[in-house]
Design a binder for this molecule. Sequence first.
Ligand SMILES: Nc1ncnc2c1ncn2[C@@H]1O[C@H](COP(=O)(O)OP(=O)(O)OP(=O)(O)O)[C@@H](O)[C@H]1O
Ligand SMILES: [Mg+2]
Length: 251
Amino acid sequence: MKGEIFLEMRGIKKSFGDQVVLRGVDLDVRRGEILVLLGGSGGGKTVLMKHMVGLLQPDEGTVTLEGKLISNLSERELSWARRKISMMFQSGALFDSLTVAGNVSFPMHEAGITDRDVIEKRVKEVLEMVRLPGQEDKMPSDLSGGMRKRVALARAVVGNPCCVLYDEPHAGLDPVTGDSIDHLIRDLAHDHGITNVVITHEIRSAFRIADRVVFMKDGVVYWEGTPNELKASKDPVLVNFIEGRAQDSDL
Ligand SMILES: Nc1ncnc2c1ncn2[C@@H]1O[C@H](COP(=O)(O)OP(=O)(O)OP(=O)(O)O)[C@@H](O)[C@H]1O
Ligand SMILES: [Mg+2]
């Protein structure tokens, strides 16, 4: 049901060598919401997001997806979680040797779908969804940065996940293309009931799309609330972050 807890993280700790990145993160993701993760660069947002889909396992703490513990599962057992949650990576990470259609349909092949008509139909559908109709045969090198992001988004949704994680979907895009990504995320949430977690440095987008904002600092959740509560906050850490970002993005 919309609003119930979809993913629950408790006491997540993660270090790489002697670098402590996450120091005990508690976070809930609710079904159907758009949750925006903010925080300084290098603060562990991407690392945290990778824990949401089992790409990283915590040193301590638990991740529970729909009531099932996933933070102790093997790669093979995790395929269940990977069907529910897909991640759009920070770099876009398209396969340069595959066409747009090849890239977008990749998760379908992975899932063992072989019917060409089914694949073609679904690829067409998701390319229309991301406003790239008819671009099936292009190679990634022939696309603009914004188009590549949208192909990555199409690939993230092709398997009908119930949750999509976006790691900086706006990075490197002009404001108009960035806005179109925001529209897509909102469509996915509102029209398709998909749960969304978005890492972004675009404070403008955060205010526009978020149902809830989580601000990470020093490896923990420093603050969480609604966009309006964030706007109204007098906390100097949040005010500095927002004003700094607002200047960067020329608000
Ligand atoms: N696999 C890894 N091995 C070693 N260190 C890592 C690994 N993954 C991340 N780190 C380190 O963890 C820290 C947090 O990285 P992370 O990518 O989560 O930051 P971030 O908040 O996403 O930053 P940005 O906003 O710049 O993307 C960084 O210092 C990074 O070097
Ligand atoms: Mg990151």
